[in-house]
Design a protein around this ligand. Structure first.
Ligand SMILES: Nc1ncnc2c1ncn2[C@@H]1O[C@H](COP(=O)(O)OP(=O)(O)OP(=O)(O)O)[C@@H](O)[C@H]1O
Ligand SMILES: [Mg+2]
Length: 246
């Protein structure tokens, strides 16, 4: 069963009617990881925002299906209720709230056990963190993990994780890899991961390369990487992947 089907999707910014995404089509299978890679400004975040239904962007053609049902016209809260969640933005401060209460507020009837498990999955010891306050005393990496735990307790069917620019990558590669692998095994969610980090792609079941608003290539991650590094001039990286020149 497909969790997400995007068909010929074109999107513009409402404010200035600028076309950002052009004729995008791809599918995500249930319980799989799809990695979306592309240079700055290629439209990755716009795609994430359009999928969850942020009204800043307007679908000018095409359709989005979630678990077989068309959601293109549904408001953001209905899509959320159906099981779509976006996370991993720059985590916000919620001054004074404890980590425990923050996660409870985010969760969909989560039991204490589940909240603790979510913290475990992101590599934070529940005993140490439940009573901590969401404030500047948490490191940025810890806040980012808590943000990710907040997506886990929402129990989404599809998690969209939009990593910020590479300069802001806070969780180191190996750990993020483990965290995503944990999530995949412990929850039944599919993951759409937007990343600049090529290494993460080795987790991917499928991948797509977005360039200038077009999904120029999709398929196995290695194949997508070939196109990606050829296109952005990462020849060294291509050699490292030991890929055949196409
Ligand atoms: N609300 C908006 N109005 C007009 N243009 C916008 C709007 N939001 C984004 N854009 C433009 O659309 C293009 C795609 O932006 P987007 O943020 O989706 O890229 P991205 O692939 O996520 O980039 P990055 O890797 O830097 O996060 C950019 O040229 C951006 O300036
Ligand atoms: Mg972005």
């Amino acid at each position: 069963m497909k969790i997400l089907e995007v068909k010929n999707l074109s999107v513009e910014a409402r404010a200035d009617k600028k076309t950002i995404l052009k004729n995008i089509s791809f599918e995500i299978e249930e319980k799989s990881i799809f990695v979306l890679i592309g240079p700055n400004g290629s439209g990755k975040s716009t795609l994430a925002y359009t999928l969850i239904g942020i009204p800043r962007f307007k679908i000018t053609s095409g359709k989005i299906f979630f678990l077989g049902k068309e959601i293109s016209k549904l408001p953001i809260y209905k899509r959320a209720r159906m099981g779509l969640a976006l996370g991993f933005q720059e985590p916000a401060y919620f001054k004074g709230i404890s980590v425990e209460n923050f996660l409870k507020a985010c969760s969909k009837n989560s039991q204490q056990k589940e909240i603790e498990k979510a913290l475990d999955l992101v590599g934070l010891e529940p005993k140490k963190f439940l009573k901590r306050k969401m404030d500047q005393q948490l490191s940025s990496g810890e806040r980012k993990r808590i943000e990710l735990a907040s997506v886990i307790v929402m129990k989404p069917k599809l998690m969209i994780l939009d990593e910020p620019d590479s300069g802001l990558d806070i969780i180191i590669y190996k750990e993020l890899y483990d965290i995503l692998d944990n999530i995949r095994q412990a929850t039944n969610a599919s993951i759409l991961l937007i990343t600049h980090r090529e290494e993460i792609g080795f987790l991917a079941d499928q991948a797509g390369f977005l360039n200038k608003g077009e999904l120029v290539y999709k398929g196995k991650f290695d194949d997508v990487m070939i196109r990606y590094c050829q296109s952005v001039g990462r020849r060294k990286r291509c050699r490292k992947l030991k890929v055949k020149k196409t």
